[in-house]
Design a protein around this ligand. Structure first.
Ligand code: 5GP
Ligand code: MN
Length: 339
């Protein structure tokens, strides 16, 4: 995966460093946390002090991951997080293409004099690190970390804990291998991970069967009351206001995956999820086929992402956000309407 020169530089930086910070993005998902913990665990097996920085909170479904004690949330433990970043001589940035994606942590990243390495799979990475390993065709950063660990370290640094984190990263960023995974190498990687006594079924269940009753009822409410289908555009959306979230005792991570619900309806090519936050409406898009979800996110929602999974923000009211979204669809009809 990595060019020989880059691998050599990375090896040099790793062997000359003692403290490493691994920074991942706001609103972290399974790939963000899984790949970051795997890298931190592997580096710590090599004798380095490696810590993970999460800008905001950790969703409950990832709290059980091995190595989670190596993570510090900037929003809750700012002093410790700043100390880790300021003390690091090597910083890895995982699973984001733009320093804006780490919110207030950006300031400390840019001030740091450490060697900086980006490892990411999003389109059009901004240049903010010394080395950037960007492979947009990969399903997850977890897969990239696996390949990197195999390439950079002479001996095998993987073990069951690291394999578990990597599998969570790969499994979640491919929707349990339902997208972004149609190439042979990903299954070679997973096949090798299985050799580390990986409990694949336990991992699935820990991630996907671990929600509260409230969350499942909120999901039911979304399907029954809130899902809007626009058959003429093969599109659908779901919106949730703060009041609705409170009614279902919402916890961080509860709306994760809701954006995929409408795909169960035959013919849907674009889905959107609008969730009210304190100061904005968080927008998520998912698409099938060649509809560029990242384009609609970038054009109208200050966001971006991948072709089939993207997101951004709206600063209008919910009502206006939804009516604007509906009125945008004709603009994209070349991808949505039947030929
Ligand atoms: P999600 O819908 O799960 O929050 O995000 C899906 C993908 O969209 C993320 O992996 C990320 O690539 C992208 N994304 C989500 N929100 C934003 C945003 O506000 N800005 C940018 N640039 N990308 C985003
Ligand atoms: Mn990812």
């Amino acid at each position: 995966m990595v060019e020989a020169g880059t691998a050599r530089t990375l090896k040099d930086w790793i062997s000359s460093s003692s403290r490493v910070a691994v920074i991942t993005h706001t609103n972290p998902d399974g790939d963000a946390i899984g790949s970051s913990l795997a890298l931190a665990l592997a580096l710590s097996r090599q004798g380095l002090d490696a810590q993970v920085i999460i800008p905001d909170g950790l969703p409950d479904f990832l709290r059980w991951l091995p190595g989670i004690e190596r993570s510090t949330t900037f929003a809750y433990k700012k002093e410790k997080a700043v100390e880790i970043i300021e003390g690091a001589d090597l910083i890895f940035c995982l699973d984001f293409n733009d320093p804006k994606r780490i919110g207030p942590v950006e300031e400390y990243l840019s001030k740091s004099g450490a060697h900086k390495v980006l490892i990411d799979h999003h389109q059009d990475p901004k240049q903010f690190t010394d080395i950037a390993i960007s492979e947009t065709w990969r399903g997850s950063v977890g897969e990239m970390i696996y390949l990197l660990l195999k390439e950079v370290f002479e001996q095998d640094v993987l073990n069951k804990e690291i394999a578990t984190c990597l599998y969570v990263a790969i499994m979640t960023d491919t929707g349990n291998f339902s997208y972004a995974s149609s190439y042979p190498e990903i299954f070679h990687v997973v096949g090798d991970l299985m050799k580390y006594d990986l409990d694949k079924d336990m991992i699935y269940s820990s991630v996907y069967d671990a929600f509260s009753e409230d969350r499942l009822r909120l999901q039911g409410y979304c399907m029954q009351e809130k899902m809007v289908i626009l058959p003429q555009f093969h599109a659908a959306y779901i919106s949730l206001t703060d009041e609705e979230l409170m009614r279902f005792n919402h916890r961080k991570g509860d709306t994760e995956g809701f954006v995929n619900i409408p795909f169960a309806v035959k013919g849907i090519r674009l889905t959107a999820l609008f969730v009210e936050k304190k100061d904005r409406i968080k927008v998520s898009f998912r698409s099938r086929g060649n509809f560029p979800a990242n384009q609609i996110a970038a054009d109208h929602y200050h966001g971006g992402g991948h072709i089939n999974a993207a997101g951004g923000d709206s600063f209008d009211s919910m009502e206006l956000t939804l009516s604007k979204f509906e009125s945008l669809l004709p603009e994209y009809s070349k991808w949505l309407k039947d030929a």
